[in-house]
Design a protein around this ligand. Structure first.
Ligand code: ADP
Length: 687
């Protein structure tokens, strides 16, 4: 662009600043200039954002101009925005001129100061900005070596003519402001970087509440891009109290913090985003002050606590269920104790009457079985929660598992006079499963079906082959399950109606166990019900095993010849009652039994009594069962069949007893029929 226009030829009049050199210059006022620079430096420290506005004011003063200002290119470099204006034109702050068609553009193009007379004659749009320019001196403004704006002084009539001294002063101011502006931009950038790197949502406002900065997390949490300079006090669309009541932006915590000059250390609010979703946040608004302590705005940090709140609610619900569970547990444990205590009294007074004794024994056995089942469930539950439940999988026909489940549940089904319909596929279905555990799962469903149905109903147990496995369904005609509870009933301690279920006996852990057992078998379980009073259906989906070419596991390997005659048995247990009662049962079954109450004594008995079988408790004082077994095995004679009888039934416990030399590992309380089976089969193998 041609900037060396001849003012004589061209009355629109833009001229090179050389003109100034020809004018008579006023003397330099260094004192005023350095005072202005010091004042600007102070400003910079206190409030860096306003440096360009201050620059305009200083230029106005020092050059005794009528107006002074600062024009900055916008981000697209298409327009100059008047970011600082002082003097007569102060009212035009925020105005601007196009990049390519105006005095500022020419200065940038020339990269040199220019003096203009009545530029509105060449750029008519300037005529609207009144009073019009009589003479204007414009200098380029550089940031990082790049011209990004202009700084200017204007006289609106011929009472003021600029000279070389004005140019010098303006150059000095511009240089200072440029350095300051650059530093401010860098610090601004750093500040933004820091804000953006924070995981919490952060935004700032000025003292009037207009948003000045916000970070990425703030935009995310608000679900919108906040409008700098427009949004007031909040970056959010809507704010609500925790109880759902709306909060006006002017009444929010940030407004309170800034207007009342106090920090708020965490207040809970709900943000509603424009898409309707809601976020629970903790807000920490704090006023910001300048060096003199004056409040210049505020900063608000917001932390998303939605997950935490949900977690707390979940924990509270779980905690409530646990309390409920403890009450239920106490009740369930006391239930069988009462009849046992009664029976003991009865037996004491029976005077040897065999029918009373027999009756009492039957009751006690039944109640004991109930307690054992309860404790077993509890143990399983604790294994499940610690992920310690282990499966002993084998390839088994599903029918075998189903039979065993029915056998377990039969007493409960019969007691309530229910009919049980069983429908299995005609061809055998093989599954890779722990038969005991899978039967336990199905039995649990059958028990529930029996428990939660009025007497005399029908329970259906069906299995159907489907594409990717087999479905095992247990359906009843009982009390049903409300739709909203269907998913929850698999949660631990969950009972639809605790008072009702308590009356029916149960701890609310059965279905948790069932689901986990099924999942351990690679299966899934779901519950269906058309609602209260309309029955329930539980469907287990299990993968089926590819048919094996050889044996199907119908029967375990033959375990040696049956030897019905009595055995020599040693029982070692530091709990005398346990030892003696077991010994007594075995004696009645025709075996010769000797007891010992500690390890060393047990060892002696092995030497003297030479038992066929030694049943050893593991946890005993002084010499425990492992040591006894090891010592026996270290002697060269073949020794008795060693059976560990213990409360510990984990795979690791079994391994440990095996290492010590035990042949078998049984978990207390031992089922006598299991012992009989062992005596019959294993001792024959021992020979
Ligand atoms: P519980 O020991 O209480 O039976 P479960 O975990 O087996 O515990 O079952 C959890 C809850 O699910 C029960 O308390 C009951 O409310 C509901 N439920 C389970 N099975 C049935 C069923 N067949 N019919 C109706 N409700 C059932």
């Amino acid at each position: 662009m041609d900037v060396s226009l001849n003012p004589v030829d061209d009355q629109i009049s833009a001229i090179a600043a050389d003109e100034l050199a020809g004018r008579r210059s006023r003397p330099a006022d260094h004192a005023a200039e350095s005072a202005a620079l010091v004042a600007m430096a102070r400003e910079l420290a206190a409030s860096p954002q306003t440096i360009l506005a201050r620059l305009a004011e200083r230029a106005l003063d020092l050059c005794r101009a009528h107006s002074a200002g600062f024009s900055l290119l916008d981000d697209e470099r298409r327009r100059f925005e008047w970011t600082g204006v002082a003097g007569v034109w102060a009212q035009h702050l925020g105005g601007g001129t196009p990049r390519d068609f105006g005095p500022c553009g020419m200065v940038l193009e020339a990269e040199a100061p220019l003096l203009f007379w009545h530029p509105e004659r060449r750029f008519p749009y300037l005529a609207a900005t009144t009073p019009t320019i009589d003479e204007g001196l414009l200098l380029p403004f550089y940031v990082g070596g790049r011209a990004v704006g202009t700084i200017w002084i204007i006289s609106h009539d011929d009472t003021r003519r600029f000279d070389a001294e004005d140019l010098r002063v303006m150059t000095s101011l511009a240089t200072f402001a440029s350095a300051a502006y650059q530093a401010q931009r860098e610090s601004d950038h750093r500040y933004r970087e820091i804000l953006n790197s924070l995981p919490a949502a952060v935004y700032t406002t000025d003292a009037q509440g207009r948003v000045t900065h916000f970070n990425r997390a703030a935009a995310e949490i608000a679900g919108r891009t906040p409008q700098v300079g427009v949004d007031r006090w909040c970056v959010t669309w809507k704010l609500l109290r925790s109880d759902g009541q709306p909060i006006a932006h002017d009444d929010c915590a940030m407004a309170a913090a800034v207007l009342e000059g106090r920090s708020i250390h965490g207040t809970e609010v709900v943000i509603e985003r424009p898409d309707g979703s809601r976020v629970d946040v903790m807000a920490y608004p704090t006023p910001l002050r300048d060096a003199s302590g004056r409040i210049t705005g505020g900063i608000n940090v917001m932390v998303d606590v939605t997950d935490r709140k949900q977690l707390i609610a979940q924990l509270q619900a779980q905690d409530g269920r646990k309390d409920e569970f403890l009450a239920t547990l106490a009740h369930e444990l006391r239930n069988p104790l009462a009849p046992v205590a009664n029976c003991l009294q009865l037996m004491r007074r029976a005077g040897g009457n065999p029918s009373i004794l027999d009756n009492a024994r039957t009751i006690m056995e039944r109640q004991l079985a109930q307690m054992v089942r309860l404790v077993d469930d509890l143990l399983d539950l604790s294994r499940i929660t610690r992920n310690r439940l282990e499966l002993r999988k084998e390839r088994v026909p599903l029918s075998k598992i189903v039979d065993s489940a029915i056998e377990t549940s039969r007493p409960i089904i019969d007691q309530a006079a229910h009919a049980l319909d069983v429908a299995l596929p005609p061809a055998p279905v093989l599954v890779d499963a722990d038969p005991i555990r899978l039967a336990q799962a199905i039995a649990n469903l059958l028990n529930n079906a029996a428990k939660y149905s009025e007497p005399g109903r029908t329970i259906t147990l069906a299995a159907d082959l489907v594409d990717d496995g087999v479905l095992v369904r247990v359906r009843d005609q009982g009390i049903g399950i409300p739709r909203e509870k269907l998913a929850e009933i698999f949660e631990m301690f969950m009972q639809v109606d605790a008072s009702l279920e308590r009356a029916r006996g149960g701890l609310g852990i059965g279905l948790t166990l069932v689901r986990r057992l099924v999942e351990l078998h690679g299966g899934t379980i779901e519950a269906h019900s058309d609602g209260p009073g309309r029955g329930s259906e539980f469907i287990i989906r299990l993968p089926v095993a590819a048919p094996a070419s050889g044996r199907t596991g119908e029967d375990p390997a033959t375990l040696g010849e049956a030897r019905p005659e009595g055995r020599r048995v040693l029982v070692v247990d530091d709990n005398r009652d346990a030892a003696e009662s077991l010994a007594e049962i075995l004696r009645r079954l025709g075996h010769e039994v000797v007891t010992a109450y500690e390890g060393r004594e047990g060892l002696d008995r092995v030497a003297t009594f030479k038992p066929d079988i030694a049943l050893l408790d593991l946890g005993m004082p002084r010499m425990n069962g492992y040591e006894v077994a090891r010592t026996i095995r270290s002697r060269n004679s073949p020794g008795p069949l060693l059976v560990a009888v213990t409360g510990w039934g984990q795979e690791a416990d079994r391994l440990r007893s095996q290492e010590a030399g035990f042949d078998l590992h049984l978990v207390k309380p031992v089922d006598v029929s299991v012992l009989e089976e062992i005596f019959r089969t294993r001792v024959a193998v021992q020979g």
